[in-house]
Design a protein around this ligand. Structure first.
Ligand code: ADP
Length: 559
């Protein structure tokens, strides 16, 4: 016997059509790449997403084809997402902050046939398109007036987005979204937060739909039609944490910052469009707080700020809460769609008798998992650990919004019971609050972007005077973490200080090292500590360099 309810697939075109039908006039405010702020509506978004879908079909894009995007958070980018996904194609977000070689690897591995790109990012494609044999065309997300002239620095086949939409207009009245299976893939996002090459997480319509419910929940972003949400997290970072589906799902006003992510621009958008909810990585919050302090001003409309992607410092939470902004600390991963847990407000029974300091300590934890994310801790031998607040182990998760197998990988990435190992080390207390204390994966997270220690070590080891290299993360007030490179010189490498500067220069000019990934400093040591199994002991190195401040000569430009 089966349930006797309707089989209504959870596909993202339904989210869009819901918003267009029931919240048609709700605003989407966007700072465009061309400069001006333009206001449109959910009705406009749906109409233009249908036009985009028609344009894609004209270009020969079919069910299962992969279409890349290399773009800021703008209305054009958003409507192209729905256009791509709605016809059963896969929207592959490319992160422009990565190095050219990483972007080329990811676009090639994703098998992108077309890439939608902002004019800002065309030079990147100009440098890598020859490494993308499957790429047929680049659709420039602009109008005819702003189309660049052909140049040897740009990819050869550039199409104008607005012209494609105009050409599709006569067919608009006969267009309908296909009724897809809810398990159809719809999004692809590569994570570099892992060992080895970046890995692609392939979301389904169902997983995105379910995840969006979680994002809207009272204990998460808590958004509805009366809210105005600034979508700061880039769409190329794990679905903008799901906001691009969650906001239309409840008819929330969406404010899109385009390329302007500095403190002053954030402040302007929040004030001008009465933003009351937003979500950011700590580094962007730092920029915003610096702007507020420098101009002796405050945010009048903002009520709730979700901080995630890296640990939100307790002092940051305190500053914000003292100014009347409720902070919710979120933990997640690309592999989790990405929200895994949220630092909820402490319930009245628990809060009773707690000092402000205790409450703040709880806020600084990464919170409780939501209903679609089962969670546990295990020790090195796989034994499940208790939730007593003191046992520390590897954090594992499972659920319908959690990855099962990476894109084009032969093996599953979960165990037989579908537990996925996050690479984070945590404890969970008796009230269910999870606290991240360390990371077992060998990466540095700077300003919300991953820097692979291994990739930096391999590059450094390629320097003729370097015998061995190791990279560790050192804390940084603005970026959260920054990479410190430690090298052992080859015999007769000469003066240590000269070598330090030489290696810094070498890393800064190496094409495989993205600008933000360049180490802040290089330390030359006669030897690097190893573990009993011969691996570099990062633990010992971290202890040795606790409190280390990079020297000014190493203070290269960061992001
Ligand atoms: P996202 O785009 O959400 O940042 P990533 O896949 O790039 O996702 O990074 C996920 C990793 O970032 C986590 O495994 C964890 O190491 C780190 N991280 C994310 N949120 C937090 C947090 N609130 N506190 C500490 N670390 C975090």
């Amino acid at each position: 016997m089966e349930g006797r309810m309707q089989d209504w697939p959870l596909i993202v075109s339904r989210v869009l059509e819901y918003a267009a039908r029931w919240h048609p006039a709700q605003e989407i405010v966007c700072r465009t790449v061309e400069g001006p702020v333009i206001i449109s509506s959910y009705a406009d978004l749906a109409r233009r997403a249908r036009l985009c879908a028609l344009a894609l079909q004209c270009l020969g894009i079919r069910h299962g084809d992969v279409v890349g995007t290399l773009a800021w958070n703008t209305t054009r980018h958003l409507e192209s997402w729905y256009g791509i996904m709605g016809i059963g194609a896969v929207c592959h977000t490319l992160n422009p902050r990565l190095s050219d070689s990483d972007i080329a690897y990811i676009a090639d591995h994703g098998q992108d046939r077309i890439i939608f790109a902002d004019t800002t990012f065309l030079p990147i494609l100009g440098r890598i398109w020859q490494q993308l044999p499957l790429l047929e065309a680049v659709v420039v997300l602009t109008d005819r007036q702003h189309m660049p002239a052909p140049s040897p620095d740009l990819p050869p086949k550039l199409l104008c987005y607005e012209q494609l939409l105009d050409a599709a207009t006569p067919q608009l009245s006969s267009f309908a979204w296909p009724e897809l299976d809810e398990n159809t893939p719809c999004g692809l996002c590569y994570t570099s937060g892992t060992t080895g090459n970046p890995k692609g997480v392939r979301y389904s319509h169902r997983s995105n739909f379910l995840h969006s419910f979680i994002v809207t929940q009272p204990d998460a972003l808590c958004i509805g039609a009366e809210n105005s949400m600034l979508m700061v997290v880039p769409m190329f970072h794990a679905n903008s944490w799901g906001v691009n589906f969650a906001a239309p799902m409840v008819g929330c006003r969406l404010v899109l910052p385009g390329p302007a992510l500095d403190g002053a621009s954030m402040y302007h958008m929040i004030e001008a469009y009465k933003v009351d909810v937003t979500a950011m990585v700590p580094t962007v919050v730092v920029g915003l707080l610096q702007h507020l302090a420098a101009h002796n001003t405050s945010l009048r409309s903002l009520r709730r700020l979700v901080i995630g992607g890296a640990a939100a410092p307790r002092s940051m939470i305190e500053t914000l809460e003292r100014s009347g902004i409720e902070v919710r600390h979120m933990w997640g991963m690309t592999e989790l769609s990405p929200v895994g847990s949220i630092g909820l407000p402490t319930g009245p029974q628990l809060a009773e008798g707690m000092s402000d300091d205790d409450l703040l300590d709880r806020k600084a934890c990464q919170g409780r998992p939501h209903v679609l994310c089962d969670m546990r801790l295990v020790d090195d031998s796989g034994e499940v650990l208790p939730h007593d607040g003191s046992a520390v182990g590897d954090l594992q998760v499972r659920g319908p919004i959690v990855v099962q197998q990476y894109h084009r990988h032969e093996q599953r990435t979960v165990d037989a019971e579908r537990w996925f190992s996050t690479g984070d080390v945590a404890s969970i207390d008796q009230h269910g609050t999870m606290k991240i204390s360390d990371r077992s994966k060998d990466v540095v997270k700077s300003g919300g972007e991953w820097i692979s220690s291994i990739a930096l070590e391999n590059t450094a080891a390629g320097h003729p005077k370097v015998l061995e290299a190791a990279v560790i993360a050192i804390p940084d007030e603005r970026w959260g973490e920054r990479p410190l490179l430690i090298v052992v010189p080859q015999p007769h490498a000469g003066d240590s200080e000269a070598l330090r500067l030489e290696v810094l220069q070498y890393m800064a000019s190496h094409p495989q090292v993205a600008k933000f990934a360049r180490p802040d400093d290089v330390v030359v040591l006669p030897e690097i500590p190893h573990t009993a199994t011969g691996k570099v002991s990062k633990l010992t190195l971290r202890k040795m360099f606790e409190g280390y401040k990079p020297r000014p000569a190493g203070g290269l430009s960061k992001l």
